[in-house]
Each structure stands twice: as C-alpha cells, then as structure tokens.
Ligand binder design. Structure first.
Ligand code: GLU
Length: 413
C-alpha cells in the first residue's frame, strides 16, 4: 500500500463529505475504527521460534458483521491494514451487501517459510483473535498471499476452540468445508461484469479494445482469460519478473499454464519483453492494475495512453495520480467497485453456510452479475448526476449508506 494509506482514505472521505454536505462529526464517524487488535504471534517449530506482529482491524459493523481478508506480507503494517479495513466497509456498502468492514494480517514473508510454518502461524492468528470472530461477529477471507488452503486451516483452529462447526466464520474456504463454487474467479468476474456494462454504455466494441494487465496472480490471470474469451485483445501482461507485450494479442490460457509450471511470463517464447512497469504506459485502450498498490503514480499518468483504467488491485492509484487522471479525463473504475466481486461472492458463501445449502456455480455467477450491474448503475448514475468521478461517486454512495445505518440505530454524531 502507498505510504500513509490511511491518510489517502481520509482524503477520499473528505471529498465524499463535501459532496454529501456532511457535518464534521459525521465524517469523523467514517474515519474511526471500532476496534484495533494487535498481537505478536509466537510459534515454536522444532528448534526454531517464529515471532511476527499480527493484526485484525474491525472498522465498522454498522451494516453487518465485520468482513474482509487476511494478508500475509512483509510490508503489511497497522496503517495498511487499517486503511484496507476501512475500504472493506466502503466496498461492501457500494455493492450493498449486509456486511461491515475489517481486515487482518501478519507481517511476514510466506515465500521464506515452509508450509508447516505457514500453517502454524495461521493457527496462531486464530488463537490470538478467535474471541472476536464468528458468523455474526467477524468473517475473514483470503487476501494477498492467503488462499482457500489457509482458510481451511484457520476454520479448523476456530472450530476446535469453539467446540462446534461454524463454517460461516470464514469465506473463500475449500469446497469440502463449505466453500462456494466460483469464489476463485469472483474478483475478476465481478470486474468483467462492470467493464461490460461500461463498454455497453459507451457503445464500444470489445473486439476493438486492447487490454494491458499489470499483475498475473489469480485476479489478473483470470481477468485476462475471461476478457480473451469475450473477444478483447490482451496486448500486454506483467508479473513481478517482467512484462510481455504483443500488439497482435497474447494467449492468456497458455500464459496461465506457464505460471502453473512455476515459470515467469518472460519465459514465454517469441514476444517483446521488458520491465514489469512497461505495461502501465504501453499503447492500449484499457489498463488493469491487478497487483500492487501505489503503482499508478503521477509519472505513470503523464505517459498514460489508455482511455480507461479498471482497478482490480486494492489501492493501486496515488492521490496525485488520481487528480491527474481526472484532469486528463481518463475514467477510472475504482477498486471499491471493480474488485468487489470477491467479497460479494464471499457474502453468498456466508449465506449458503448459514442456510446449510450449496449454490451452483451458474447461479453464483448470475447473482454476481445482478449485484455488480446494480452497483454500476447506481455509481454511474450518481457520478453523472453530480458531475464527479466514479471514485467519489462510489465513496459518497457508500458513506451515505453507512451513515444511514448508524442513524437508524439511533446513533447521534
Ligand atoms: N480480500 C478480498 C478483498 O479485498 C475479499 C474479502 C472477502 O471476501 O471478505 O475484497
């Protein structure tokens, strides 16, 4: 995340507050987390003792239980986790699901640890915070460098401590433990639904649209494959090692296979290779930042060629870059809308666990499409009625929904 990520969040709330004519106390209520939990995990494996800081920030449960992922990353600190927790509250309100916002993390590099160590730390995270978790309390999910496997281990630890089955405590689980079909593709699928609605509104033709994707993890690779299937031309992709560019179009399925074999995109035969950041300013119509935060800087925007940006990653754009994009009239579909498909399908998973049901993949995707199209319609209508960006529109809509829930609880500011 960018430096002072929480400051960036507050700046966006300030813009929404101006738009909605909020009183300072109302804006302050959107900037104050309900609870910040912080512990040092200590795990002994053989001779080795691992000690790492861990967090859970419960930002707001005004609209429903706290909801949001857990990330394992060497740079995950409290400021980052807090801002991501706040963004989850906004995200859930944008797509209008009955969930609040939370986020968790452990500051460590899972790439430098064995599976046994990672599992032990996952259990230690649950041991530290289990009193504050539960289907009606706080429902974590995967995030950067965590996945279904980790959710399975965490659920097991939680259930052992609770002495009962409680699958709705975690989402993004393996199918065998109550996970939902389509959760793995949900983030990219949600973005595709929003992009399709945008393209339709603009009367653009998918076959004439060239897409560059920065980041080829689960979300980026799935987005490339889904867009390729729908006739878009994928002209550039990048992973942490480098980029691959081809104006005639790349085959994302073949590239995904390469990644599965543990290779990098730069190992693909016969294409133009460069630095990862080359795709950010390449000649393309749509740019999808799908990896790190803070990659879209002012310098990048000065050399920008795309006519639309879709933020699949959380927080990819700095404030300065955001203002410049607005000046240059480049529309941005913001993270809190573009990548909300993940948490939306998490909500379906939570719902299916509570009902003891299994929702079929086709039904999941149909429900996701409905939710995303409705959110797009509301955000784009707000943006055009108030002559503002999609980002400010999304923040304003979400802020008004969270405040409405607080007022309906009889809370005064
Ligand atoms: N970590 C994902 C996000 O940033 C998903 C959260 C969830 O499913 O609860 O939206």
């Amino acid at each position: 995340m960018t430096k002072n990520a929480f400051e960036q969040y507050k700046a966006r709330i300030l813009e929404a507050a101006k738009m909605l004519d909020l009183r300072p106390e109302e804006a302050a209520a959107l900037e104050t987390p309900d609870r910040v939990l912080e512990k040092t995990l200590s795990v002994k494996i053989g001779e080795k003792t691992l000690e790492y800081p861990a967090y859970r920030v419960q930002f707001s449960n005004a609209r429903g239980p706290y909801k949001g992922g857990i990330r394992f990353h060497p740079e995950a600190d409290l400021d980052e986790v807090k801002s991501l927790a706040a963004m989850m509250a906004i995200k859930c309100a944008v797509v209008n699901i009955p969930m609040g916002g939370g986020k968790g993390g452990i500051t460590f590099d899972p790439k430098k640890h064995t599976k046994e160590e990672i599992h032990a730390l996952s259990r230690a995270w649950v041991a530290a915070f289990h009193d504050f978790l539960g289907p009606d309390t706080d429902v974590p999910a995967p995030d950067v460098y965590t996945n279904a496997e980790i959710m399975g281990v965490m659920l097991d630890e939680y259930e052992k401590r609770a002495g009962k089955n409680a699958p709705a405590t975690f989402t993004g689980k393996p199918l065998s433990l109550g996970g939902i079909a389509g959760r793995d593709t949900a983030t990219a699928m949600g973005a595709v639904f929003i992009l399709e609605a945008f393209v339709k509104q603009k009367k653009w033709e998918p076959k004439n649209l060239r897409v560059a994707i920065h980041g080829f993890g689960n979300a980026g690779a799935t987005m490339a494959i889904l867009l390729h299937e729908r006739g878009y031309r994928i002209v550039g992709v990048a992973d942490s090692k480098g980029s691959l560019i081809d104006g005639d179009g790349l085959d994302p399925d073949a590239l995904e296979k390469l990644k599965q074999e543990g290779k990098s995109l730069v190992d693909a035969p016969g294409k133009t290779r460069g630095k990862p950041e080359d795709v950010l300013t390449m000649d393309a119509d749509i740019l999808v930042p799908a990896a790190l935060d803070g990659v879209i800087t002012k310098d990048v925007v000065e050399n920008f060629k795309a006519k639309l940006m879709v933020e699949l990653a959380n927080g990819p754009t700095t404030d300065e870059a955001d203002s410049l994009l607005e000046k240059k009239n480049v529309p941005v579909i913001p993270d809190v809308l573009a990548n909300a498909g993940g948490v939306t399908v998490s909500y379906f998973e939570w719902m299916q666990n509570r009902k003891g049901e299994n929702i079929a993949r086709e039904k999941v995707n149909e429900m996701l499409r409905e939710h995303m199209e409705k959110a797009w319609e509301e955000v784009s209508r707000f943006a055009s009625e108030h002559a503002t960006t999609y980002r400010i529109a999304a923040f304003s809509l979400a802020a008004s929904r969270i405040l409405e829930a607080k007022r309906d609880r009889g809370l005064t500011f």
